[in-house]
Design a protein around this ligand. Structure first.
Ligand code: GLP
Length: 248
């Protein structure tokens, strides 16, 4: 696990976007694993800029999103599919047929999870998986728990996560209680994983993730078992980390 500490959110976004651009330029039909939340928004903005400057072509790229709320339709501004179109897909030349996001309104959710894993098998492995981190250490919606689920599944959101995500909704009662998320094994199969962390609110969990061993109660700590993980954290998010503990 490598950690790169950069000055601020702007720099974190730029470094991550540059890595994605290099990946696509090297392999135009790259498979990207994408995340939502406020952390990657700056990176998506940068990618749009690079696309507009002619530095990257998304026409052969395939994307898989990590997760989607159960019950929110694609017209709902809080759904992750809406988020992705709003923040990235509507502004680049990606083929809309190559965009995969779990369908949170599927009638049969179990079937939808299976369908997603079949697609991941078919088009994977993911070349670069982008991750944010929840304040409780979740990745995707893999919440702290005694057992972590390996494949795509319906997850119940913890109260901590619902509280953290309530800022995007009118009030906490509107935050869905369930989501479809890629599982830990789906994430770990990626060739490369980039975890982004920004801001003081992430400082305690970034420290715990790096300085605790491996615990299912800190899902992001599992990433220590992956051979190619890079954490890009801004100074605030890395402010509690003691340097000697950074490399796993
Ligand atoms: C959500 C998403 C995660 C994301 C996390 C952190 O719960 N499911 O994929 O990493 O929020 O969000 P933020 O970047 O807004 O802190």
């Amino acid at each position: 696990m490598k950690i790169t500490v950069v000055d601020d959110y702007h720099k974190m976004s730029e470094v991550a976007a540059r890595m994605i651009v290099s990946q696509i330029n090297e392999k135009p039909d790259s498979v990207l694993g994408l995340a939502t939340g406020s952390t990657p928004i700056g990176m998506y903005k940068k990618l749009i800029d690079y696309y507009k400057n002619g530095e990257v072509d998304f026409s052969n790229v395939i994307t898989f999103n990590l997760d989607e709320y159960v019950g929110l339709s694609k017209q709902d501004p809080q759904s992750y599919i809406y988020f992705m179109y709003d923040n990235l897909f509507s502004h680049i030349n990606i083929n809309k047929e190559s965009i995969y996001i779990p369908n949170g309104t599927a009638e049969d959710l179990e079937q939808e999870c299976k369908r997603y894993d079949v697609l991941l098998e078919r088009f994977g492995p993911i070349d670069i998986q982008i991750l944010g981190i929840g304040v409780n250490g979740h990745i995707g919606f893999n919440e702290p728990s005694k057992d972590l689920v390996l494949r795509t599944h319906v997850a119940y959101l913890s109260e901590e996560t619902r509280k953290a995500n309530a800022r995007f909704f009118d009030d906490i009662s509107k935050v869905p209680t369930r989501a479809i998320t890629m599982g830990i094994s789906d994430i770990m199969r990626a060739e490369k994983i980039i975890l982004l962390a920004s801001g003081k609110s992430k400082a305690p969990i970034v420290k715990r993730m790096l300085e605790t061993g491996i615990s299912t109660y800190i899902p992001a700590s599992i990433l220590k078992l992956h051979k190619n993980v890079e954490i890009i954290a801004d100074k605030d998010a890395a402010s509690f980390v003691e340097k000697r503990n950074c490399i796993a």
